[in-house]
Design a protein around this ligand. Sequence first.
Ligand SMILES: *Cc1c(COP(=O)(O)O)cnc(C)c1O
Length: 384
Amino acid sequence: MIPYGRQEVTEDDIEAVVKVLRSEFLTQGTLVPAFEEKLANYCDAAYAVAVNSATSALHIACLALGLGRGDYLWTSPITFVASANCALYCGANVDFVDIDPETFNICPKMLEDKLIKAERIGCLPKILIPVHFSGRPCDMKAIWSLSQKFGFRIIEDASHALGARYHSNPIGSCRYSDITVFSFHPVKIITTGEGGAALTNQIHLAKKMALLRSHGITRDSAEMIRSPDGPWYYEQTTLGFNYRLTDFQAAMGISQLDRLNNYLVRRHEISNAYDKLLAHLPLKIPSQDSEYSALHLYVIQLDLDNITQSRDEVFRSLRDRGINVNVHYIPIHMQPYFQAMGFRRGDFPVAERYYSKAISLPMFPALKDEDQLKVVSVLSSAIS
Ligand SMILES: *Cc1c(COP(=O)(O)O)cnc(C)c1O
């Protein structure tokens, strides 16, 4: 079975993790801050707050920006449900902006139109979450200038995009956003098992997120409301969670970060090879982009008007022959939970059309050349 995505764990990673397991601190030691520093440096951001998942990072990012009851958060319908659920955790409302059919990212023109309408009826969003789908950077300059005009804050969901660059700045530098979130789930660009991080250049947001990650408790007397009772004293100043990453996960993250650039090079090789090998098949390959993508996913769109099979049939014949393809994503507004909130089929037609044709092909650094050729030959025989 060839998976669509798979982690690579090396002897160096294992050694780094084992070293922590033999040490005194499994959690709350020195390696989480070391991982945060390395990640922030790589991304050219001032602060990184490491947590146990990107879902947790999205939650505390929303809270740090003050999202609450009655507020609106907007995101893309073509993303993992976590990009929308973070609004619901905060008691806020969620809405979506349809995608651009070429980039599969949120469409800045449709965003602008929706903002103008929302302004008229007085329900502008407090937060927008652009998602760098497949690792391809969104049009952040356009989104940033709309945020200045309409007064919303920006959290980049960069779960797919560690290592990507926008206008030569690393994604995560928060040049055009308040906070950027990464995921370290095994299918993502680097992994810590489960894990995530929120990056920012604003110290008050970094402090707030660090507090929310650990029960809302501080041990820093400068942050306290009362004077300490004694050296044991800690203070809960807000309601937080236990969203901490462990030190052995951080050790793995540090070790994986050392290979990030090699991973990106390999993902680009695989993508270039697919571009060539698939050029003559009745399908659409991802469009070219002037920005540097992290290439988390390689998504093809079947040319359903010119083949006899349905997407479902092509998908099944790939799976039956050992190619574990996937579909990213079922548009969120079509999920039963969101339909119960009032969303309907037809609300975001570009996303729905994209969904009806999309298949994600295997894409991960350890994919062997011969396996990639097998994917292509199975795919060619599955469509005609
Ligand atoms: C994977 C993913 C998440 C959630 O990441 P976890 O670390 O699994 O919580 C959120 N958004 C997007 C776009 C993702 O791909």
